[in-house]
Design a binder for this molecule. Structure first.
Ligand code: UDX
Length: 437
């Protein structure tokens, strides 16, 4: 099928390369001309395992092209995906200007029957607004232009695998022919075992927000339990393990630590809360989820203060700056929130990350960046494990201790082997449990 993708950010690019891989003819478009020329040179603008390989393959097999002209991704297409950014506006609601612009572009360039698939995470009701623009600007194509909601569930760092072998694909449609078109588009993925879930548009839009909000809720629940476990002398990981044995609860997303980061959870939670308020329903639970997430970083600052007594003038080494492992993304990274709070208290902060250092430095200019963990530890009074990168399992704690001004480790992800750290002579501060005696 002929597919257009407007927006080549994380979602748009992953969508483009994986649809091209199954044989669709995909044209991706973006207003960022530099990004488009990099893509045509087969260079991805961000790190995502498996991305470059599919980019190479799609371009070589000519199933994938990129254009700076959005018309190329619309005219003559059967399905056009809107994958533009929906950043938070001043009040936390999603800013939909780019979605509106994409809808206007589609109306201007459409040449015939076309399904417009909304993939950006948007508030309920957006599809009908997109449709309103299409009908307003192209009354001649009124019965040929349909909108469907097709939210993504991609996790950064494994987005390519998630898109190639999805467990579920959600399509919200209010028209049978548009739904048929999406069934055909996703046929190869259903053959690979994906469930195609078909709903009305409003349900699909709401479900996407509900999924992200609920995952964030689980993490905040675990972090509230961590605060409580520290006070009660319990072990939050063990509490989560017990909870996880109940299949109604499930163990996933109950890991306490520095809290969630990334571009989705914060933004979607705020947008969901605003949407609820606009629809006349107060949903303070969502606000509380965000508050507990902030508290997780604040609790780490308190722990560091307890370990170092005075933070002012001390050097703190952050191990891991990305919002989670296997990505170079630092948007809303808890490590950077922690760095800012430590700067406020007069600390010097140095960070090491296997992949995200450049992005971290671009966000927090005062942050010192070290080329490896041992340089980061040099002269430091405390190490804080912020992101659970695999390479941190192999750290040589004797060497780290030798380089440091004082041997203190705060484990913001309960990731390190406490006994090994202690055997090297460190004071070890876990999250949500008391240190071993
Ligand atoms: C998320 C959703 O998982 C995905 O379905 C959606 O489409 C986009 O948002 P992503 O932001 O890539 O994906 O990251 P995810 O793996 O969900 O982790 C989010 C954050 O939560 C990370 O900072 C992670 O460290 C944190 N987290 C996760 C916890 O703190 N505890 C947990 O138990 C799980």
């Amino acid at each position: 099928m002929r597919i257009g993708v407007i927006g080549t950010g994380h979602v748009g690019l992953v969508t483009s390369v994986t649809l091209a891989e199954v044989g669709h003819a995909v044209t991706g478009a973006d207003v960022d001309t530099e990004k488009i020329s990099a893509l045509n040179d087969r260079r991805a603008p961000f790190y995502e395992p498996g991305m470059e390989e599919l980019l190479h393959r799609g371009i070589a097999e000519k199933t994938l092209v990129f254009s700076p002209d959005v018309k190329d991704a619309i005219a003559g297409m059967e399905v056009v995906f809107i994958c533009v950014g929906t950043p938070p506006g001043a009040g936390g609601e999603a800013n939909l200007i780019a979605v509106e612009r994409a809808a206007t572009d589609v109306a201007r360039a459409a040449t015939g029957r076309l399904v417009v698939a909304e993939k950006s995470t948007v508030p309920t009701g957006t599809a009908s607004k997109v449709r309103r623009i299409l009908v307003r600007d192209r009354p001649d194509l009124e019965s040929d232009l349909e909108v469907v909601a097709n939210p993504e569930f991609l996790r950064e760092g494994q987005a390519i695998e998630d898109a190639r072998y999805p467990t579920r694909i959600l399509v919200g449609a209010d028209s049978e022919w548009a739904l048929d078109c999406m069934r055909k588009l996703y046929g190869p993925f259903v053959e690979r075992g994906a469930d195609l879930i078909e709903t009305d548009i409003a349900t699909a839009e709401l479900a996407k927000h509900a999924c992200n909000a609920f995952l964030a809720l689980k993490i905040s629940f675990a972090n509230a339990l961590a605060r409580l476990s520290e006070r009660a002398g319990a072990d939050v990981t063990a509490v989560a393990d017990v909870m996880g044995t109940d299949p109604r609860i499930g163990r996933a997303f109950l890991d306490a630590g520095l809290g969630y980061g990334g571009s989705c959870f914060h933004k979607d939670l705020m947008a969901f809360e605003r949407l609820a308020a606009r629809l006349g329903y107060e949903f303070p639970l969502l606000h509380e989820v965000a508050r507990i997430n902030d508290e997780a970083v604040a609790a780490a600052v308190e722990k560091i203060s307890e370990a170092l007594w005075n933070v002012q003038g001390k050097r703190v080494a952050l191990f891991g700056l990305a919002f989670k492992p296997r990505t170079d993304d630092t948007r809303f990274a808890p490590a950077l929130a922690l760095a800012r709070r430590l700067f406020d208290r007069g600390a010097q902060v140095v960070g090491y990350d296997p992949m995200a250092s450049a992005n971290a430095k671009a966000e927090v200019a005062e942050l010192d960046i070290a080329p490896d963990p041992y340089e980061a530890a040099s002269g430091a009074h405390c190490i804080v494990l912020c992101t659970e990168w695999d390479e941190f399992r192999g750290l040589d704690f004797d060497r780290l201790r030798g380089a440091m001004a004082s041997p203190v480790v705060v484990d913001g992800r309960n990731f390190l082997d406490e006994q090994r750290v202690k055997d090297a002579g460190f004071s070890y501060y876990p999250t949500g449990r008391r240190p071993l005696p």
